[in-house]
Design a protein around this ligand. Structure first.
Ligand code: G3H
Ligand code: 13P
Ligand code: ZN
Length: 310
């Protein structure tokens, strides 16, 4: 199977009451851990690449690693997506450079400017067989080194107009999720605005909704990181049952990056603590890759519900 767009995946996910995992990839072990889990679980998957990932690993290396995964995992559909494309140029570079899906993130722009560029990206993308995600509302938390303190929840009254004017294929909304490993304060009761999600879904029947900032920050990883010399006090994520609930409805794509980082860091810290003499990167990258695979496998089955849907 060649790289695919997310169009068919989203249609089936919407109708089937589950979501597709969109996992950020930055190196070979991450690509392998995710796709090996998806191949085993027969789950469609979106591999997404941020601007920072392209700066770190290089566009061509990332595309070629994902293309290698397509060959190694012949039973599952894989889409290659640009995460948080900040302008038309980066979206165009990824469309021209082998991606099957791009996000134009104009969530920080005035509404009319967001509409204008999202439309421009959608026209270019569609002419090249690529699909587009856009965003309305703003997540709190860290994004490209910028930290927003407050959520700016999506205004449901805008979504229909935005989708009609831009022609985008999916829409990310802000309902209380946030990027990074510190999504709620200790003692705070984690809440998502399911009322906004319901309102948006009513106004856009059949239209795929995306949730960013959806890592669960598993506490066994946090414990391990802290036990073996790390310093991540009070790292808290989105409860898994809330994501499962969202996946049953209009949410077709759930973005996960921080949990991958945590799985890797916990595994490597543990390895270094227990095997201080090891210095061959394969000795500690192997358990790190396995930790990514186990974590992703758990999500596919218990959170996203997309196992067996390839
Ligand atoms: O939404 C942000 C993703 O976690 C990507 O993070 O820009 O540090 O690669 P990054
Ligand atoms: P997390 O930081 O919760 O993993 O979110 C990742 C994300 O939204 C990537 O776009
Ligand atoms: Zn995001």
């Amino acid at each position: 199977m060649a790289l695919v767009t997310s169009a068919e995946m989203f249609k089936k996910a919407y109708d089937g009451g589950y979501a597709i995992g969109a996992f950020n990839v930055n190196n070979m072990e991450i690509v392998q851990g995710i796709t090996e889990a998806c191949q085993e679980q027969k789950a469609p998957v979106i591999l997404q690449v941020s601007k920072g990932a392209r700066a770190y690993a290089n566009h061509t290396y990332l595309v070629k690693m994902v293309e290698a995964a397509v060959i190694e995992c012949p039973d599952i559909p894989i889409a290659l997506h640009l995460d948080h494309g900040s302008d038309f140029e980066i979206c165009k570079a990824c469309i021209d450079g082998g991606f099957t899906s791009v996000m134009f993130d104009g969530s920080h722009l005035p509404y009319d400017e967001n509409v204008k560029v999202a439309k421009q990206v959608a026209e270019y993308a569609h002419a090249h067989g690529v699909v587009v995600e856009a965003e309305l509302g703003q997540l709190a938390g860290v994004e490209d080194d910028v930290c927003a303190e407050e959520h700016q929840y999506t205004d449901p009254a805008q979504v229909q107009d935005f989708v009609e004017k831009t022609g985008v294929d999916s829409l990310a909304i802000a309902i209380g999720t946030s990027h990074g490993a510190y999504k709620f304060k200790p003692g705070q009761n984690p809440q998502l605005r399911f009322d906004i999600l319901a309102d948006v879904s009513d106004r856009l029947p059949g239209f795929p909704i995306v949730l960013h900032g959806s890592s669960s920050v598993p506490q066994d990883f946090v414990k391990k990181v802290n036990q073996y010399g790390g310093a991540m006090p009070d790292a808290i994520g989105i409860p898994e049952e809330m994501l499962r609930e969202a996946a049953k409805g209009a949410v077709c794509k759930i973005n996960i990056d921080s949990d991958i980082r945590l799985a890797i860091t916990a595994a490597i810290r543990e390895h270094f603590a227990l095997h201080p003499a090891d210095f061959d990167p394969r000795q500690y990258l192997k358990p790190a890759r396995q930790a990514v695979k186990d974590m992703v496998s758990h999500k596919l089955v218990n959170v996203l519900g997309c196992n067996g849907k390839a």
